[in-house]
Write a protein that binds this ligand. Structure first.
Ligand code: IPM
Ligand code: MG
Length: 372
């Protein structure tokens, strides 16, 4: 029997291309795994009205971790039109499978390392090593939204909050509400993970990023828990920053930052900014970690226009595979893989189109495999 059971979720578009690339390097490493293919993505939305069929969730429950490619999503009206005829008009609503997976498996800790590998001409600077810790089950992502707003909801708000009274004579159709919820438990959890990570991997500081001058309650809770945690980790420097200022500082002096601790939506945005500092979409990777399960993915989307052309850079997913190896305690393999990636980037001979070269997805994967 293989040592590890891995859920294999290529999804849509170039998700499939890059998963093929990831497999080349995992095989070359001698990673002892059995792979379980999962149905997921646009095809299943169209055919079954569900981009994440229940059988896929059941299958994943039998595995130790999974690797995920990318998934297509479209605005509501277009999504409805793509459904098979018999499924149309039934009120089916497309839901992002990645968000469903984070909720279903309680993958609350999203880790996004953004490191500049020397020799990558796309680097903003060569000395960036930022890791974004993003809570990924709460905040504006809880999905508690109203439009139109049911009158009892509005009434209750007005009863409990004076600021809600300004809406008293408005038509419920003209108001939309999305709720941002943070819990003490999750704020403490993400703060602990960030500090533990900093200590374990020798990062100097943790910077908590929020907007406490506006979202006083939610941001306040995250900062409070972060401060408490900082006291337990006196070997790690602790800073607090406002999200807007942080965007400026990250562009100005990204080399000053190491671990960034933040909530879901700010983390979503900041992690894209940080990825661009170290090469952009082709280099971004992400780990979604819960108590009992973990999912690893590149940060790029399915890029339908490049689907099946094996053109896109697979380094993002290969870095995600490296994180998966670390999660599975295959640290030696993880290190070997990262060294191989760094060498190929430093050599600069094999470059995909985003890096100004002509190498294909598979050329890049093979070049990395050769260095293993
Ligand atoms: C990400 C993505 C997702 C998110 C989308 C696809 C829902 O942007 O993983 O960062 O917002 O979390
Ligand atoms: Mg995102």
């Amino acid at each position: 029997m293989a040592k590890h059971k891995i859920g294999w979720l290529p999804g849509d578009g170039v998700g499939r291309d890059v998963m093929d690339a990831a497999r080349i390097v995992l095989d070359k490493l001698g990673f002892d795994a059995e792979y379980y293919h999962g149905d997921i993505g646009w095809e299943y939305w169209c055919k079954e009205g569900n981009a994440l069929p229940a059988r896929t969730i059941e299958m994943l429950k039998q595995t130790d971790a999974c690797l995920f490619g990318a998934i297509t999503s479209k605005p509501r009206e277009e999504a409805e039109k793509d459904l098979l005829r018999p499924l149309q008009g039934k009120g089916l609503v497309y839901q992002s499978p990645i968000l469903q997976l984070r909720q279903e498996f309680n993958l609350h800790t999203n880790i996004r390392p953004c490191k500049s590998y020397p020799g990558n001409s796309l680097n903003y600077r060569d000395d960036i090593n930022v890791v974004v810790f993003r809570e990924s089950t709460e905040c504006l992502y809880v999905g508690i939204e109203f439009h139109p707003v049911p009158p009892p909801v509005l009434q209750t708000l007005m009863e409990y909050h004076p600021k809600a009274r300004r809406y008293h004579d408005m038509n419920p159709n003209d108001i939309a509400i999305s709720t941002r919820i943070l819990t003490k438990q999750r704020c403490e959890g993400i703060a602990r993970s960030a500090f533990e990570f900093a200590r374990r991997y020798g990062y100097r500081s943790v910077t908590a990023v929020e907007k406490p001058n506006v979202t006083r309650e939610t941001s306040g809770m995250l900062f409070r828990e972060a401060r408490k945690m900082a006291k337990q980790f006196s070997d790690i420097d602790f800073y607090e920053a406002n999200i807007d200022a942080m965007c400026m500082w990250l562009l100005k002096n990204p080399q000053h930052y190491s671990v960034i601790l933040t909530s879901n939506l700010f983390g979503d945005i900041l992690s894209k900014l940080c990825a661009q500092l170290v090469g952009g979409l082709g280099f971004g990777c992400s780990a979604n970690i819960g108590e009992h399960y973990a999912l690893f993915e590149p940060i790029h989307g399915s890029a339908p226009k490049y689907a099946g052309q094996y053109r896109v850079n697979p380094i993002g997913i290969i870095l995600a595979a490296k994180m998966m190896l670390d999660y599975l305690d295959e640290n030696e393999m993880a290190n070997t893989l990262e060294t191989a990636i760094a060498k190929v980037i430093r050599d600069g001979k094999v470059r995909t189109y985003d890096m100004g070269g002509v190498a294909s997805t598979m050329d890049m994967a093979k070049a990395i495999a050769e260095r293993i």
